[in-house]
Design a protein around this ligand. Structure first.
Ligand SMILES: [Zn+2]
Ligand SMILES: [Zn+2]
Length: 142
């Protein structure tokens, strides 16, 4: 078991793959529920209004949106912008057009690198490792 300091509250906790402790994760969940409910009741609210009413920081609300856990209604302005072109978006990191462009670029990129990847895999398979066990007899002294 690995013990680490929580990057949020600084407390020591048993590390299970997340940089924050269990209490902070629970706090995030509570904040997430609060924000979700508020948006549900007030779909036209602005991000600063939601932050003020729920007590959850704008930064954290943005994080929920970027992780696609939260989505705002169409036409909501100033919540989240595309990281590529700056257009208003409802969730995630990029607008539909940029997502499409990125996907196309990615598939071009991966087809170019296909052969190289295969070689790498063959190289790994070729690697031979000597794992012969060297057994020793321990004689009992009587
Ligand atoms: Zn914590
Ligand atoms: Zn865009």
């Amino acid at each position: 078991m690995q013990v680490r300091n929580c990057i949020r509250c600084g407390k020591l906790f048993n590390y299970i793959g997340k940089p924050i402790c269990y209490e902070c994760i629970q706090q995030d969940e509570k904040d997430f529920e609060k924000v979700k409910e508020y948006i549900y009741d007030h779909p036209k609210a602005t991000i600063t209004e939601v932050s003020k009413q729920t007590g959850v920081s704008v930064k954290k609300i943005t994080k929920f949106l970027r992780e696609e856990r939260l989505e705002v209604v169409d036409g909501s302005v100033g919540w989240l912008t595309c990281e590529s072109c700056g257009a208003d978006i409802n969730t995630g990191r990029f607008c539909k057009e940029c997502t499409l462009k990125l996907k196309n670029n990615l598939s071009e990129f991966s087809s170019l690198n296909d052969d190289k990847d295969k070689e790498d895999i063959l190289d790994i398979k070729k690697t031979n490792y000597n794992s012969k066990m060297h057994l020793r007899h321990h004689l009992k002294r009587d």
